[in-house]
Write a new protein. Structure first.
Length: 85
């Protein structure tokens, strides 16, 4: 089971080749929980409940300009695997 929740249009200032992004909720079952699929330009990425929760923290940190989330800092990004804790 799945349902499209949102479709976001891309800002055009970044480039002419940008696509919109669709957010779809789907059942991830016992293993992945409340899962989400992000689709951009016909390519998709499925995130587990754990990854969605981390993404929310990352986006919140970015919008609040918290250390570690700004565009001008140095450092490596973290890789978050889909397995539930």
């Amino acid at each position: 089971m799945s349902k499209t929740i949102r479709e976001y249009s891309s800002i055009q200032e970044i480039g002419d080749g940008s696509d919109s992004m669709t957010v779809t909720a789907f059942v991830g079952g016992e293993r992945f929980g409340f899962s989400v699929q992000l689709t951009i330009g016909g390519k998709f990425c499925c995130l587990s409940e754990l990854q969605v929760q981390d993404l929310i923290l990352v986006l919140t940190g970015r919008l609040q300009s918290l250390p570690g989330f700004t565009a001008t800092e140095w450092g490596e990004g973290l890789r978050i695997e889909p397995e539930r804790i």
